[in-house]
Design a protein around this ligand. Structure first.
Ligand SMILES: NC(=O)c1ccc[n+]([C@@H]2O[C@H](COP(=O)([O-])OP(=O)(O)OC[C@H]3O[C@@H](n4cnc5c(N)ncnc54)[C@H](O)[C@@H]3O)[C@@H](O)[C@H]2O)c1
Length: 252
């Protein structure tokens, strides 16, 4: 087991990718702290983890709200007293498919808050615990659209920002034995897409994407979880400031 005696916070843990990462970290021996605005979703994932022999705790927090981030970390400090791994997975796109001319100020702010600000605030609070420990592994969620997208302007900007921020903190925190890396998946099969698009449109999107990816399929949440596990583990002890594309070769 690669994360034995580690304490890991996974944000967005009720979602498709976050829940796969939380389950994977628990299987590898970590105590997992699941945080999401969807508390019921977190407790369902935690129940599964416990049934499989793992352990952890679940918290409700809207991570784009600074006060709720502070409250979450104060409860983590009280209950665990340490934090070895932070996987910042919470996020999403509330302004998909808008044209440049349609960009909406309110939605731009919400996308930046939900993806970039939440990540920055959680890193800030985690680092206050990790620095005195002289140990930390930070895994942030970017996206392959960090390279640019003709349909996801505010979202791709937030994910590009996460990559820049990750590089910056990697430089600043290396001397404290804290690594920071980012994940950049292409399309991942999650229920949220099926709910948002409907089964038929989702099937068409998934098929068209799979045809474009050299490996001939889209990603599963477990593909992303395995990459997160690598970056969170000591196998990646000398890797920092990197972005790992989990893309089946898309956009090569
Ligand atoms: N699915 C994909 O194709 C894909 C590709 C690249 C990157 N991503 C990124 O992966 C991450 C996970 O996405 P997913 O596909 O699992 O979607 P998802 O909708 O299943 O999961 C996202 C989770 O984040 C939570 N969340 C959103 N805003 C929050 C907030 N302010 N505070 C706390 N929790 C919040 C949601 O409640 C949800 O449980 C996101 O950051 C997404 O941008 C997804």
């Amino acid at each position: 087991m690669r994360l034995q005696q580690k304490t890991a916070l996974v944000t967005g843990a009720a979602g498709g990718i976050g829940s796969a990462i939380a389950r994977c970290f628990a299987r590898e021996g970590a105590q997992v702290i699941l945080a999401d605005v969807d508390f019921d979703g977190c407790t369902r994932v935690l129940d599964d983890i416990r049934q499989a022999g793992g352990d952890g705790s679940a918290f409700r927090a809207d991570l784009s709200d600074e006060q709720q981030v502070l409250a979450l970390f104060s409860r983590i400090r009280e209950r665990y007293g340490r934090l070895d791994i932070l996987a910042n997975i919470a996020g999403g796109d509330i302004e998909p498919a808008a044209s440049v001319e349609e960009l909406d100020a309110e939605k731009i702010s919400r996308n930046l808050d939900m993806n970039l600000k939440s990540c920055m605030l959680c890193c800030r609070e985690a680092v206050k615990i990790m620095k005195p420990q002289q140990y930390g592994r930070i895994v942030n969620m970017s996206s392959l659209v960090y390279r640019g997208s003709p349909a996801q302007f505010s979202y791709s900007a937030s994910k590009g920002g996460i990559f820049s921020f990750t590089r910056s903190i990697a430089i600043a925190l290396g001397s404290s034995n804290i690594t920071a890396n980012a994940l950049a998946p292409a399309l991942v099969e999650v229920d949220a897409f099926v709910r948002a698009l409907g089964q038929e449109r989702w099937n068409a999107l998934a098929r068209a994407s799979a045809e474009r990816y050299p490996l001939g399929r889209i990603a599963t949440p477990d593909d992303v979880a395995n990459a997160a596990l690598f970056l969170a583990s000591d196998d990646a002890a000398f890797i920092t400031g990197q972005l790992l594309e989990i893309s089946g070769g898309a956009r090569l």
